[in-house]
Design a protein. Structure first.
Length: 179
């Protein structure tokens, strides 16, 4: 994880009952923010492949149930390799839901990671219908209205929209334009 959508992903995972949340990213400040929002472990991906593999191994405990993959690219390749068991075993399934590509558009998938690790790859739109989208939206609205789901906002008057729009370093904050 860990870009603008990571804070929301961590909060939603917790609201859906996740027992343990591991967040990944390259920015220590954003990693600290998602840790404060409920991530149990954070992993900085701006390290060597060997260090990243070890971090994934150290954090996985009994395994990863669901990976919400906002990064893709190199971090996912390293994760897939780290999930290959050292000996034959019936691995616990790991569902990887691919929703973003901020670290790269392509991934090399080692055959062994599919044969032996229990990895299941899904696109974010799998099983979506207008009904399920409506239900999900309604749940997000309910959590937001109750205060269970929060968003970092930058409120800007309409008269300052031009300068606000050019400010690109929002660091996960949402821009709200006020009349």
């Amino acid at each position: 994880m860990c870009r603008r959508d990571h804070a929301g992903a961590v909060q939603v995972a917790r609201l859906l009952g996740a027992g343990r949340i591991v967040a990944t990213g390259r920015d220590d400040q954003q990693l600290a923010e998602v840790e404060a929002l409920g991530a149990d472990t954070v992993i900085n991906t701006a390290v060597s492949d060997d260090e990243l593999t070890q971090a994934f191994m150290d954090a996985k405990g009994n395994g990863y149930d669901v990976v919400v993959d906002i990064l893709w690219g190199r971090p996912t390749e390293v994760l897939l390799r780290s999930l290959i068991p050292e000996s034959f075993a019936f691995a616990r399934p790991t569902r990887i839901v691919q929703i973003g590509e901020s670290a790269g558009t392509d991934v090399v998938v080692p055959a062994a990671s599919l044969r032996t690790s229990g990895v299941e790859l899904y696109g974010a739109a799998r099983n979506l219908s207008p009904e399920t989208m409506g239900e999900a939206y309604g749940q997000v609205v309910e959590w937001t209205l109750s205060g269970a789901l929060t968003f970092a906002l930058d409120r800007v008057p309409l008269s300052e929209i031009e300068s606000a729009w050019q400010h690109t370093a929002r660091r996960g904050r949402r821009l709200v334009v006020l009349p």
